[in-house]
Design a binder for this molecule. Structure first.
Ligand code: SAH
Length: 409
């Protein structure tokens, strides 16, 4: 096995890096159960996962791989990837997401979709596409809520974009009696290009591979994963700067100091969504944790069993995610001709959709369990380390012919 060969620059990549959020609350894992005793000691034992063995083989043959490729393998490898073989959600899983916290989240998104369909002029056929539906909870809650709009339900066909066989199974169970046709696809590209569409993506973009580039004297260098002299996986910079990278950087980041890190994702998916909206009509709703404006800083993080881990440790067994750059998403969608609304905070979006009224209704019916609904409401809408209200943002993309959409002021 050969060594990475860029050893000298690996330390440079850690110099002067400013975190956007020094205390990340991503995926709300902090509010979940604490790790069991002894977890910490187990972590430090060296145990190679099957995916790490495979990544080492790839590096041995081809040389170091970009962080984005490492993340894509860690999450999406068809056999050993994090999502391939496990259901990571819920109080016992690695993290908990908004639809798993409360039925109110999916219900309100269902009503938002019905309002968007109305705004589109109530087309007789509409595709409701969800990217990365997890356990299928959001879409099941949404479909139940839109029973109040029978014409919308009648026009609906649901398309779920999901790569994980385990989660597809969960989704099938969740939607077994939903009364609407449902199809599964491995990517958005496989969803037929006809009919207007409404796209929903909750905590999907944060799982898409992120590139890290680091500013050095010689320019911006891609951050790579290689094998260090101690035989462990190591982060290091590609020896050559990326040509013309400064021209690709958002204008507000032009004066980045040496050692600064910038994370970026491919625009391909959001460009595809926006292009479909412009051509066939419709709207998309993207909810995720991240920042409204492009910013410097490293946000890639690993979470396993409710605690943070090293991003290079136990690939395939810990979740990797990174903040979503909403400015980058919005700009790409606008370039493709779509109208962009937001981002607004999840708190603003859910409040405008009436989450407080919905919570009060549920509480009246819940009797002794009313406090649970109150706690869920707080968790979805409040700021602070346990709340998702401010860290999570909501962005809508729309066919420019559409009028106002609820939730965006
Ligand atoms: N939306 C859900 C789950 C979020 S986790 C919720 O809010 O609970 C990310 C989801 O995206 C999982 O279902 C995962 O299997 C899926 N996923 C991750 N990367 C994917 C990819 N490249 N293509 C399709 N699905 C993907």
């Amino acid at each position: 096995m050969r060594s990475i060969g860029y050893g000298a620059s690996s330390d440079a990549s850690r110099v002067g890096v400013k975190l956007i959020h020094p205390t990340p609350a991503a995926r709300n894992m902090l509010a979940a159960d604490p790790p069991p005793p002894g977890e910490g000691e187990e972590r430090s034992d060296f145990r190679m996962t099957p995916l790490e063995a495979e990544i080492r083989r790839i590096i041995a043959v081809d040389g170091p791989i970009p962080v984005a490729q490492f993340m894509a393998l860690a999450l999406g490898h068809p056999v050993h990837g994090y999502y391939a073989a496990r259901d990571p959600f819920g109080a016992r899983g690695d993290f908990i997401t908004a639809p798993e916290i409360s039925q109110m989240f999916g219900e309100l998104i269902g009503l938002w979709a019905a309002a968007a369909w109305n705004e589109m002029g109530c087309p007789g056929r509409i595709r409701l596409v969800e990217l990365g539906p997890g356990r299928g909870t959001l879409i099941a809650d949404a479909l139940r809520a839109v029973k109040v709009a029978p014409d919308f339900r009648e026009a609906l066909a649901v398309d779920l974009v999901e790569t994980s066989p385990v989660l597809r199974q969960r989704q099938q169970t969740a939607l077994a009696h939903c009364g609407v046709p449902v199809s599964w696809h491995a990517s958005l590209a496989d969803v037929p290009e006809k009919d207007p569409l409404i796209v929903i993506a909750n905590e999907f973009f944060d799982a898409l591979p992120v590139h890290q580039v680091v500013r050095a004297e010689s320019g911006w260098h891609e951050r790579m994963v290689g094998i260090g002299d101690d035989e462990k996986l190591v982060l290091a910079l590609h020896p050559d700067p990326i040509l013309n990278f400064p021209a690709m950087l958002p204008a507000n980041l032009g004066t980045a100091p040496i050692g600064a890190i910038f994370e970026w994702r491919s625009d391909a998916l959001v460009t595809d969504i926006a292009g479909r909206l412009v051509e066939h009509g419709g709207a998309a709703l993207i909810v995720d944790y991240g920042h409204a404006g492009s910013a410097l800083g490293e946000t890639l993080q690993a979470v396993g069993s409710h605690s943070f881990a090293d991003v290079l440790e136990r690939p395939g067994e810990v979740d990797l995610s990174a903040h979503v750059d909403f400015a980058a998403l919005g700009n790409a969608a606008m370039r493709a001709g779509a109208r962009v609304l937001g981002p607004v905070t999840q708190r603003q979006f859910l409040r405008e959709l009436g989450i407080e009224t919905r919570a009060a209704m549920l509480e009246t019916a819940a009797g002794a369990r009313a406090a649970e609904i109150d706690a869920a409401l707080a968790r979805l809408t409040e700021a602070g380390p346990r709340g998702m209200g401010e860290l999570f943002k909501v962005l809508a993309l729309a066919d420019p012919k559409l009028g106002a959409l609820p939730g965006f002021g």
